[in-house]
Design a protein around this ligand. Structure first.
Ligand code: WQD
Length: 326
């Protein structure tokens, strides 16, 4: 028996792959390596494949048979909001096409268990600051829509052929469980702050006139290691009777942009005094996960806070190619 981790060489997937391998679980990583690198798959079996291609279902079915796969964790997807607005069909082909191909192979080979990477982006711009899983889902960009449609597809497969699935809706994932597994993309707040500091520039704050205590946007930052553990917990729960399929993964508390930038200053010892810029389009002032459902159904609670997130992100940055001399 083995677990197929699709996108298992990526930022979050590599953390889950490593936790599974530490537990002695045989893992097959499928990854197109477009935004990741082979060494992140560690000692798992690595197969390079883009799951959105027409030949993928047959190739995945053969892998499932060869490695006696009995569960799939699916991370492989495009995740840049702006790019998804520019190239919607690319996003639908990659994210929806890839999921459909994977489920096709699973159905054929009788694999019933699936954990899926969803996102807080399915909520769009929620009215509530603390978002529950039964809050309205109104994604405002193609990226968010691919995640919501993915959830619907899995619900249909459950009805049709008994798929057992969980979708984890990630909030703001950051940090590193191991220094060599840090987030290599410069797309989110903490890497963007570290990137600016590396080039000797001040971090940027996109708007300090929001209706929040310090005027900057509030998000729910969850440590990638906590998030990885949520996948293991969900996977282990899949065989039983789960009352729900969709779970937020966050901490239930928020941090402001200024607090995050200050925490980077604390962790690094650098001067992180930011420059204030205008608001970024589409940023909700406050977005925090309700973490109640996953606690009640799966017994999962994030254990790491902003300090651990930022310190681990800093250590990972310093272990990488753009180390800052301090
Ligand atoms: C956080 C806050 C910025 C950079 C996005 C996607 C979401 C999900 C996660 C998924 C915001 C502010 C940022 C900077 C700043 N994607 N900021 N200065 O927008 O909450 O969520 O990533 O897979 O779908 O929308 O995350 O990290 O971009 O921004 O002030 O240099 O930091 O305006 O308030 P966001 P983020």
């Amino acid at each position: 028996m083995s677990v197929l981790v699709v996108g298992g060489a990526g930022y979050i997937g590599a953390h889950v792959t490593r936790l599974l391998r530490q537990d002695g679980v045989p893992v097959v990583v499928l990854d197109d390596l477009s935004t990741s690198s082979a060494e992140r798959a560690g000692d798992a079996t690595l197969v390079q494949l883009d799951v959105s291609t027409p030949e993928a279902p047959d190739a995945i079915a053969a892998l499932i048979r060869e490695h006696d796969v009995d569960a799939v964790i699916h991370f492989a997807a495009k995740k840049q909001v702006g790019e998804s607005v520019q190239r919607p069909l690319f996003y639908y082909r990659q994210n929806i096409g890839g999921l459909v191909n994977l489920l096709d192979a699973m159905e054929r080979e009788g694999v019933r268990k699936m954990i899926f990477s969803s996102s807080a982006a399915v909520y769009g711009e929620p009215v509530e600051a603390v978002v529950r899983e039964d809050s309205a889902t109104m994604p405002i960009n193609p990226y968010g829509r691919t995640k919501l449609i993915g959830e619907w597809i899995m619900a249909d497969c459950e009805r049709a052929w008994g798929l057992q699935w969980v979708a984890l809706r990630y909030f703001n994932v950051a940090g590193a469980g191991w220094p060599e597994l840090g987030d290599s993309a410069i797309m989110n707040l903490i890497p963007m702050v570290l990137d600016r500091l590396t080039s000797g520039e001040a971090p940027r704050v996109f708007g300090d006139d929001y209706e929040t205590p310090d005027g900057t946007c509030i998000r729910d930052y969850v440590h990638v290691k906590d998030l990885a553990e949520a996948h293991i917990v969900a996977l282990n729960a899949l065989g039983g009777e789960l009352p729900n399929h969709v779970y937020n993964v966050g901490t239930g508390t928020g941090s402001s942009v200024k607090e995050v930038i200050d925490a980077v200053g604390q962790a690094s010892g650098l001067d992180t005094t930011p420059v204030i810029e205008g608001r970024r389009a589409g940023d909700p002032p406050k977005l925090i996960a309700s973490a109640d459902r996953i606690a009640a159904d799966l017994g999962f609670k994030a254990s790491l806070g902003l300090t651990e997130i930022v310190e681990s992100a800093w250590q990972a940055w310093q272990a990488g190619p753009r180390r800052i001399e301090v």
